[in-house]
Design a protein. Structure first.
Length: 116
């Protein structure tokens, strides 16, 4: 299984929709354009928005397991995907890229290192 690089490419704000429909909330999105995360196999990177992760995790898993050419010719780089979170007010576009580096799966869910 490989690591997957996740880059925040664009954040769009639909202020007209926010003004008309959204209940005011604080810190709706703490991401910034250019921000980079690395998913270690199936693990959600720290600081990654839970909602965005729920949307992208199937694509991350596919790329981490060697999947290529998602949606048959959609991307120039077959080991990548461009996806967005499902926030209709502030959609964030992410570039996912499979890395050549193997994921470190020696850690358990508790964070302890397992023996080699």
């Amino acid at each position: 299984m490989k690591k997957v690089k996740i880059t925040v490419k664009r954040i769009v704000v639909h202020q007209d929709l926010i003004d008309e429909y959204e209940n005011p909330i604080e810190n709706a999105c703490n991401l910034a354009e250019g921000q980079v995360f690395v998913a270690n196999g199936w693990r959600k990177p720290e600081e990654m928005c839970d909602s965005a992760w729920e949307t992208m995790s199937p694509f991350v898993m596919t790329l981490a397991h060697g999947g290529e050419d998602i949606y048959s010719g959609w991307m120039k780089n077959k080991k990548s995907a461009m996806i967005s979170c499902n926030d209709g007010f502030r959609p964030v576009s992410f570039l996912l890229e499979a890395l050549d580096e193997d994921a470190d799966l020696r850690r358990t869910l508790s964070g302890n290192t397992t023996p080699d």
